[in-house]
Design a protein around this ligand. Structure first.
Ligand code: C2O
Length: 549
């Protein structure tokens, strides 16, 4: 194992898409940002220097950060932001993970342009549990706004209305030829016939779950959130913001100089406006014998069939197929017993307007999002600092409720809107507590799926269903043998999900909806895991360059 050094300069950078030029925040002038490549077991040092006026903080999404919580990155949770002119060196070791993850800014909406792939290769002299691919290609999905995304979220927070939607989806930063003024901004994957390619899919979009498909080709899913799964073949991939999925693409034997569209479109069931557009990239077969420059044929190319926007059954069927590999070499260490159970409702509300506020949400209200009806407010000092030094007073409280403040009934009348409260609340867990958490979509404003992401842990998705979770009947159907292990899961639209994880990582860990707008509205909470008794079960003190508020 080695130490890998990266330097990430946060700089402004002009980017033109859809005939519109704007200045974005970038890492090293790249959009999407640079790849971080390491092997399992390596130590990674990323020196981040902030050259822009904004406060910045970076998160290594899905990296477990075992006893390195100071480097997890969410602003005001594990660190104060890196201010203009400041430097912070993230320092973590990749333990027990291999596959695809991604890094992104974790403050306000800066992740719309500050993101890039994390590629974790197996250890030297270890191989994949599938055929060695001929080539590996990151495919990163994003959203493009012609306007500044900070203005988009600030306006939503000020008015209480939904934010403007993006102007395009992107594949590797490019919207593709189906948008106006965009045909030159098309990602093209050049392939050779009869080879296997590993596509590392990353959904870095802000607010949309996506379907992805390639015309005339099936894909074999081999990995989710940097954990191997039992391979299965499908025509359509479902990927929520925060999820990563590795798929094998086998190219056909003899198709020289032909091209196919690969496209992504949104899955959406909620209320409000959304970007219902389609991004396209091109899969192009090179002629293996010719050395001449590739000719991409004129449009139209064959398009894949993507599911309709509200195709919940496609999403359900896809997620049901994801199972841990659960082999002797890669076992699924599912907690078989549970020490603590939690039932969290997640969803949107409209809340009444305070006098003298502007509320341009539905019927003069304001949108809010909550977990167990608590809408999370960010503290002004990082929670991990306050926790570590025993100074939580005035920063956060440890009384996050284990259940919602009402008996939840999906089919009954929705609970009163006034039950939403603001707070900075955490659940405190003893070291090595085995946790079972039911996440129930409240569907109070129309059923909507929520991609819930947990920092600091992988969890096992032991069950999912529609309607009300039934604590008597549903647990008997839980899969405790080979459930998928991941860090982000879509709570089904109008349904529930059951997850289990072992709280073996001391620190303060955010859990939130990876729809950025829902996070901004408060759909987040924090877990605090206490130190264990042994020296290697404790969080070390913070580094000397930890940014201060
Ligand atoms: Cu990918 Cu808390 O985020």
């Amino acid at each position: 194992c080695i130490t890998r050094h990266y330097k990430f300069n946060i700089t402004p950078h002009n980017v033109t898409r859809l005939c519109n030029t704007k200045s974005i925040l970038s890492v090293n002038g790249k959009f999407p940002g640079p790849r971080l490549v390491a092997r399992e077991g390596d130590q990674v040092l990323v020196k981040v220097v902030n050259h822009v006026p904004n406060n910045v903080s970076l998160h290594w999404h899905g990296i477990r950060q075992l006893r390195s919580g100071w480097y997890d990155g969410p602003a005001y949770i594990t660190q104060c932001p890196i201010q203009t002119g400041q430097t912070y060196t993230y320092n973590f070791t990749i333990t027990g993970q291999r596959g695809t993850l991604f890094w992104h800014a974790h403050i306000s909406w800066l992740r719309s342009t500050l993101h890039g792939p994390i590629i974790i290769l197996p250890k030297h002299n270890e191989s994949y549990p599938f055929d060695k691919p001929y080539k590996e290609v990151p495919i990163i999905f994003g959203e493009w706004w012609n306007v500044d995304t900070e203005a988009v979220i600030n306006q939503s927070l000020q008015t209480g209305a939904g934010p403007n939607v993006s102007d395009a989806y992107t594949i590797n930063g490019l919207p593709g030829p189906l948008y106006n003024c965009s045909s030159n901004d098309t990602f093209t994957l050049k392939v050779k016939p009869g080879k296997t390619y590993l596509l590392r899919l990353i959904n870095a979009a802000m607010n949309d779950e996506l379907f992805f498909s390639i015309a005339n080709h099936s894909l074999t899913v081999v990995e989710a959130d940097a954990v191997y799964i039992k391979p299965f073949t499908t025509d359509v991939i479902v990927i929520t913001p925060g999820q990563t999925t590795n798929v094998l693409l086998k190219t056909k034997p003899h198709l020289p100089n032909s091209s196919f569209f690969m496209m992504a479109s949104p899955y959406f069931t909620g209320m409000g406006t959304f970007d219902n557009s389609t991004v396209a990239a091109i899969l192009h077969y090179q002629n293996p014998s010719s050395k001449t420059k590739t000719q991409i044929p004129n449009f139209p190319l064959l398009k894949p069939t993507l599911p309709p926007i509200n195709a919940t059954s496609v999403v359900f069927n896809f997620t049901q197929k994801l199972k841990s590999l659960a082999s002797p070499k890669f076992p699924a260490n599912v907690p078989q017993t549970v020490n603590k159970q939690f039932f969290f409702t997640v969803g949107l509300r409209t809340i009444p307007c305070r006098s003298n506020a502007t509320c341009q949400g539905p019927n003069g209200t304001k949108f809010a999002a909550s977990v167990n009806n608590v809408s999370f407010s960010l503290p002004s000092i990082a929670m991990l600092q306050s926790h570590f030094f025993g100074q939580s007073s005035g920063v956060y409280s440890s009384d996050f409720p284990a259940n919602p403040p009402f008996v939840f009934n999906y089919t009954g009348s929705p609970p009163n809107n006034t039950m939403v409260s603001n707070g900075t609340k955490a659940v405190v867990l003893g070291f090595n507590t085995s946790v079972e958490l039911i996440l129930q979509d409240t569907s109070i404003l129309g059923a909507e799926s929520h991609p819930l992401h947990l920092h600091g842990f992988n969890f096992f998705v032991v069950g999912q269903g529609f309607g009300n979770y039934d604590p008597v009947k549903d647990p008997s159907g839980f899969n405790l043998a080979d459930p998928v292990e991941r860090n982000t899961v879509g709570v089904p639209s109008g349904g529930w999900i059951a997850i289990r994880f072992l709280a073996d990582n001391p620190g303060v860990w955010l859990m939130h909806c990876h729809f950025e707008v829902h996070t901004s509205w408060g759909l987040r909470m924090a877990w605090i895991v206490l130190d264990g008794p042994l020296p290697n079960q404790k969080l070390p003190p913070p580094p000397s360059d930890l940014p201060m508020c």
